[in-house]
Design a protein around this ligand. Sequence first.
Ligand code: NIG
Ligand code: FE
Length: 432
Amino acid sequence: MVDVGLARRTVTLDGTDTVPVTPRRRLWRGVALATFADASSGGAGADAPYGLIAQGAVITEGANIVWVGRESELPAHAAVDEEYDGGGALLTPGLIDAHTHLVYGGDRATEFEQRLQGVSYEDIARAGGGIMSTVRATRSATESQLLEQATARATALLHEGVTTLEIKSGYGLSAEHERRSLTVARRIAETLPLTVRTTSLALHALPPEFAGRADDYVTESIAWLRAQHAEGLVDAVDAFCERIAFSPAQVARVFAVARELGLPVKLHAEQLSDSGGTQMAAEFAALSCDHLEYLSANGVQAMRRSGSVAVLLPGAYYMLRETQLPPIAALREAGVPMAIATDHNPGTSPTLSLQLMLNMACTLFRLTPEEAWRGVTVHAARALGLHDRGRLMPGLRADVALFDAAHPRDLAYRIGGTACRRVIIAGQEVAL
Ligand code: NIG
Ligand code: FE
């Protein structure tokens, strides 16, 4: 067991107790670092798996990292305002959950029971349950109820070391309710110190008001997207491309507008069947394609060419008792970066543990623990189009997490509970 009760002391630079300079410089020493630097990015630790530095140190200044390396190589006269000794604990980049549906009302435990009795996810959806059942519960919740529940979920993730979180709409499916979900998602970042990236997902299911008029719904949703964008509520656009949801051609109409507005796109693709959504998304240089259990060899090549990240969601795979694995070996061979996310939602992935997803990515998908870790750090950042985080490197944001662990593989091995002891976001310690 590693002692993570850090000693905190203020270092005075000239022997007197002066008022600290701003921005404050903080030194973390006595830590094992997983920097996730690699040969292409350079940086300290690039020559080792996980970018590991066994006896490391990090200096932050204000919101940014300014120095990373071996403790023995700390600059001789590094002037710092505060110094922390980690006692051998593991310091990593703050975790990034790149795919969640955190804003919703109700739950789907009844549907879980039905599925255990043999009714399929698709059958439940076709009978008006599934996503539509959560849409009804979300519409009937008040905004403050939605905010309170979503904030509690985000807090659970924060306690595991998550510092950046993507949140999709998609349980409103009307102008008013989609806008409300995105507003709630934005408001979470006013209550908690996390970074929240919002994604508009109106093309999640066809609401009954538009039964038999899917193309009209697409037209309507485009008008909502323009309004949401004008209000500054949207960072990206997503859709559910599937035989029970929307076709590649329908999604492409929305993606064309996203491109016009300068918004990046991502796609729920090939989750239940191969609809060729990935190839369509590649034409829009999608940031990511997510799920991918039924991804074809052509789909893999399209992702390689477009540079999209494959966001793998072991929680949904597990919960649906899926048996078709995403083509991990082909993605690996093609050099497609793989991210791992919770996909937190009430239907297919009611988990609030990104740490558990590290384990499931290894046990279910056979990723290596290092691949899984890169999937919740550097590749997750890329899946969100964020280039200022996901590694421990000078110039990046000082978003870090400290774990009661000696090595990152310990966290992929672990099932349940959190080993996270301290979280720092933009250089500020978060009270857990
Ligand atoms: O990512 N596949 C589509 N969307 C969600 C599930 C939504 C739901 O069932 O409520 C997913 O798995
Ligand atoms: Fe999802």
